[in-house]
Write a protein that binds this ligand. Sequence first.
Ligand code: UDP
Ligand code: MG
Length: 308
Amino acid sequence: MKKKGNILIPVFNESKGIEEFCNLIESVVPTDSYDFTITLIDDGSVDGSWKIIKNLKSNLMNFRKIKLTRNFGHQSAIFAGLENNEEDFVVIIDADFQDDPKYIADLINKWELGYKVVLARKVRRNGEFLKKIYTKIYFKLQNKFTQFTIPKDVGHYSLIDLSIVKSLSDLPEVNKFLLGLRAFMGSEVGYVDVIKNKRRYGNSKMSFKQLFNLSIDGILSFSTLPLNLIGGVGVAISIVTIFYTIFQLLNTFFNGGDFNQLNVNLLGLLFISGLQLFSLSILGQYISKIFYETKKRPAFIIEKKIID
Ligand code: UDP
Ligand code: MG
């Protein structure tokens, strides 16, 4: 019997390219050697993507078509696909041609060598200059804050073995962050070098704000270092303030300096108030995470599921 592979595609308003993309996948994956299922997760598209998805057919591959009740976001769409997986491995790939499906065969070859997780490592990225810089800074910070390393130059494009997919699905947390959790699993990781293309149709569906929120999510979900930082900064400020006060007192005593330097003190006060508010906001961020996790609301809700 042939081994089974699942190609998981989150879809949000990709009506222009989704059919062409599925055809492209069909033409490049080794359908002779594996039984493939394409899982399409319609993440609340409003441009008729679901209509197109519903009509997709293939002689060489199966389809699992899942429609979420509304837009739950990239991460939730991916986890909806992972939690519905029944195949031996899952390849996660974006619908916009940025991840080139021609590398899927290489990912599978690595999996056959025994790697439970195979990551597509971007050796070159065409376009998106600002995003490149942003991701660079993000990965630097993320890995400073996290005890295990989240591989950089790697996105969602990857192959994950069934055993790891199960572990990921079984994690009780609601707000799941794939890049972090995939690394958290700590299994043997293989790499395939890829060139990332430009999006072929439409614009990015992830606004900069969403990207920013995602990276904050990534850092806060895997590290409490920001909380400790607040303490560190607080102690540092206290020490500086003590020395500054002693210096002022001595200055007044010996040199007749003016202890009542209102401006300087006011600036100091403003500075510290700012820091306090900043610290409070970090606390708030963690509390809001706890708030949402304790509700145990599902990360996605499925409206329809079609097996073709
Ligand atoms: N996507 C999704 N839900 C969203 C936003 C995006 O399922 O809320 C899908 C989108 O259709 C694409 C993938 O996630 O297949 C990545 O999105 P996009 O290419 O817009 O992100 P970028 O590559 O710009 O980070
Ligand atoms: Mg994209």
